[in-house]
Design a binder for this molecule. Structure first.
Ligand SMILES: O=C(O)CCC(=O)C(=O)O
Length: 371
């Protein structure tokens, strides 16, 4: 069914030489009310700039596989439970690049309220949302639809409010009042969890526990809080195109709607929502640091008739001027004659320039840094 929609689209797109995509994208961006604004205007067909059937990868989906779930209960007090968690993290990071954590120490009421806060922001009146709409990378709080809209070949059915929380947080007044308290609380808690996961990963690599959490380029945090409105023609577009994350580590909170998929052994695998859990995935920089021992894998989000779907992706990545200019390469302690470096040293700045230059969809940013 998807393949035939794709073929038909290809025919329609190829025969229409009068279509001005740039003009359509610009007009959409100037509304400043995102995809939700399109839906509020009462459309039943999606605008053509969202068509992604031509560019998306429709590899088979597997219903049999699922990403590992790792229990972090009592890992600070019980050494055998800690060893078990470290072993599971090692194999999940090598084989999947993705896992879910449960009993991670962040209360379910905090997770639920974070989802509600993001929803309150996106469901406010368009005139209020507009005040936050911006593509200015220097803003610590910004609302935008499709961060790489002007680079991507197809827009995604998704809007996002972003909070750049560390190392240089916004003042509380800069955070929209409808979600201010919970964004501040969630940020503190997810940052602490990120450090715990970095500790477990360091142990999994045979390094000192604090190795990864003390790396300055990894010591930064921002959240992309996504809102995926219901889509009238989900077979024609994506919620988030296939991509790998460019950062060190991502911790993802998703609601109960589903739609996130991970590419594993050439099959798309659903990441089933587990209430109270958080999804963790390896970013490109951690793959580079570990010299390919841990893998940063492609993932995507399907669009659906039902919605909205809400998710909060928290990225561990220091994108301050200082963090961006620091040199990062494969960890020397992991290298040997049998395991020579497969990447050159680089900076966060160079990887980001490459990542955003190519747009969201496409090949891994890492290939350019391979030796
Ligand atoms: O919304 C999701 O579940 C995934 C979002 C994502 O992949 C991203 O922000 O990079």
């Amino acid at each position: 069914m998807v393949a035939s929609a794709s073929n038909q689209l290809e025919l329609e797109t190829d025969k229409d030489s009068t279509y001005d995509r740039i003009a359509e994208v610009k007009a959409f961006d100037e509304t400043k009310v995102g995809v939700r604004g399109i839906l509020e205007s009462g459309v039943t067909k999606i605008p053509r700039m969202f068509y992604s059937a031509k560019v998306e990868d429709y590899t088979e989906t597997s219903a049999k596989l699922s990403i590992p779930i790792i229990d972090l209960q009592d890992i600070d007090t019980n050494s055998s439970l800690r060893v078990e968690a470290v072993d599971k993290i090692r194999s999940a990071s090598k084989e999947w690049g993705f896992f879910q954590v449960v009993n991670h120490g962040i209360g379910v009421e905090v997770l639920d309220e974070m989802i509600c806060g993001v929803r309150r922001f996106h469901e406010q009146d368009g005139e209020v949302r507009k005040e936050f709409y911006s593509r200015d990378n220097n803003k610590k709080v910004r609302y935008v639809s499709n961060g790489s809209l002007f680079q991507d070949s197809a827009a995604n059915w998704r809007d996002t409010i972003s909070f750049f929380m560390s190392p240089d947080p916004p003042s509380p007044e800069e955070i929209p009042a409808v979600c201010r308290d919970i964004v501040i609380e969630y940020s503190e808690k997810v940052r602490a969890l990120g450090f715990t996961i970095f500790e477990l990963m360091s142990e999994a690599l045979g390094l000192h526990s604090s190795y990864l959490k003390e790396l300055e380029p990894a010591d930064g945090q921002f959240h992309l809080c996504h809102y995926y409105p219901p889509c009238p023609e989900p077979e024609l577009t994506m919620g988030t195109s296939k991509h790998a994350d460019s950062n060190f580590l991502t911790i993802l909170l998703q609601d109960r709607m589903g739609g996130l998929q991970v590419l594993h052994e050439n099959q798309w695998v659903d990441v089933h929502p587990v209430h109270g859990s958080l999804v963790v995935n390896i970013g490109d920089f951690l793959q580079l640091l570990t010299n390919d021992m841990f893998v940063s894998v492609y993932h995507r989000v399907l669009s659906r008739h039902t919605g909205p779907r809400i998710s909060v992706a928290s990225f561990f990545f220091n994108i301050s001027p200082q963090g961006k200019s620091m040199v990062v390469g494969p960890i020397k302690e992991l290298l040997s004659e049998d395991n020579p470096p497969v990447y050159r040293d680089t900076t966060v700045k160079d990887v980001l320039a490459h990542y955003f230059g190519k747009g969201l969809h496409g090949t891994s940013a890492l290939t350019s840094f391979r030796l």
